[in-house]
Design a protein around this ligand. Structure first.
Ligand code: ADP
Length: 425
């Protein structure tokens, strides 16, 4: 955190250059205040995108308000945003600042309608509401955050940045499930993908690390946090991803199962007598690493494996096996892979996961350097050997910065008007 005064030199002529990024979840609101003045200098517009410099934006404040609706916490999102406003005010960075250019909101589900970030209008808000059935846990909290922020600063552009948007380019062959098309269309059943803001940011940052234009490189991004997903990005365009209609499909996660035979659900309903809520809880909250060994933190699993704990070893092995399957599958999808990139909590920090996931893949041109891989560092770095045909990299994700960048770009276009630049038809 730095700064605390309104430094009007930013952006020249005191133009507002700050973006408040809000990630409103059901029980917490995370926020960051980022000054985009430096980032603007580093590169703007489509042609400048390849030169965009993540270090260009300056983070002025970051924080979280937790336990919304819980004992000891604030009662609702309105109070949570008042608390955010109070915390920022204490640092001289209040929401009433004329230097605030816009508020950027993370919105989880954009369906097929929102394939780009949009300036929020009443019509956009209705559209996000219509998608609630596809994201019943996430979109309502996102909507609450947008409504409250609009109320606090109705004069500012509020921009919605969708987790699904980066995946909207996935071809039908990869996005469609092989079920009756009429049923699929009636209920919006298709693969949308999530973590898109991270996959976009990391795939581009990886290209920069390689010293190449994103349009030239094919990248497999492995976003391994509590939630985990893989994506195949060809020339800057996403062509496949592991998450599906919801963030449940794909990799093994902290508490989510990832892929499983859909008939397991039918079996558990028929034979186990489980209803839909029980199945939902089982697969989203009692599965993954937690379901396999009782722990969902990779650090604890590492410690337990070192003590010879067999359940922790099995959980690790299942996690790694799934990851390797996706690396193989996305190698086939892309044909040529220039980089495999690890990001998020596990991907950035666990040398053991990276080593196990890529062990023995030399025939695919992937050769991890054990010494580079073991080095603990915080920045973007290459962890493959100089001879490796495929570059293996660790790139810290920065979803907030990416949301701020997209928000700032749109807000400048929307300044003084209510039009929706980039809004899908
Ligand atoms: P989220 O999906 O909530 O944003 P993160 O990307 O912060 O999650 O990742 C959180 C996970 O990262 C933790 O559950 C933990 O398993 C893992 N993690 C964090 N630090 C380490 C570490 N040093 N070694 C292994 N795993 C780590």
């Amino acid at each position: 955190m730095s700064g605390g005064t309104d430094r009007t030199e930013a952006g020249g002529q005191g133009a507002p250059t700050r973006v408040l990024v809000l990630n409103s979840g059901s029980s917490s609101v995370k926020y960051q205040l980022i000054d985009m003045a430096g980032a603007e200098r580093a590169g703007s517009g489509d042609s400048g995108e390849t030169r965009e410099d993540a270090a260009g934006g300056e983070r002025l404040a970051t924080g979280v308000v937790e336990r919304i609706g819980e004992a000891g916490g604030v009662p609702g999102h309105a109070e949570a945003l008042e608390e955010v406003s109070r915390q920022l005010g204490e640092q001289g960075l209040g929401l009433d600042s004329p230097l605030l250019a816009a508020v950027g909101h993370r919105v989880v589900h954009g369906g097929t309608r929102f394939t780009q970030p949009v300036v929020v209008t009443d019509e956009v808000l209705r559209g996000i509401e219509q998608l609630v059935p596809l994201a019943p846990l996430h979109n309502p909290a996102n909507i609450a955050g947008i409504r409250v922020a609009r109320g606090l600063r109705p004069d500012l552009p509020q921009v919605a940045v969708f987790d699904t948007a980066f995946h909207s380019t996935i071809p039908e062959a990869a996005a469609r499930y092989a079920i009756d098309t009429a049923v699929a269309d009636r209920y919006g059943v298709r693969r949308y993908g999530f973590h898109g803001t991270s996959h976009r940011y990391v795939s581009r940052a990886a290209a920069r690390l390689l010293g190449r234009d994103p349009a030239e490189v094919n990248v497999i991004v492995l976003h391994l946090g509590n939630g985990a997903s893989a994506s195949a990005v060809r020339g800057g365009v996403c062509v496949d991803t592991s998450m599906g209609m919801t963030p449940l499909e794909g990799l093994v996660m902290g508490t989510r199962s990832g892929d499983l035979d859909p008939a397991v659900l039918i079996h558990l309903a028929r034979v186990g007598g489980m209803d839909t809520d029980e199945l939902d809880t089982l697969l989203n909250k009692r599965s993954g690493l937690l379901g396999l060994c009782g722990a969902n933190d990779m650090r604890e699993i590492g410690r337990r494996m070192a003590e010879g704990d067999e359940a922790a070893r099995l959980a690790f092995d299942v996690y790694i096996h799934r990851l390797r399957r996706y690396v193989g599958a996305f190698t086939a999808v892309l044909g040529r892979v220039d980089a495999v990139v690890f990001t998020a909590g596990v991907g950035e920090n666990s040398a053991a996961v990276r080593a196990a996931a890529l062990a023995g893949l030399e025939p695919l041109g992937i050769e991890l350097d054990p010494v580079r891989n073991a080095v603990r560092a915080s920045g973007a770095r290459v962890v493959s050997t100089a001879a490796s045909q495929v570059t293996v990299a660790v790139v810290p994700t920065d979803e907030e910065w990416e949301i701020a960048r997209q928000t700032y770009r749109l807000a400048r276009g929307a300044a003084g008007g209510t039009r929706e630049p980039g809004a899908p038809a």
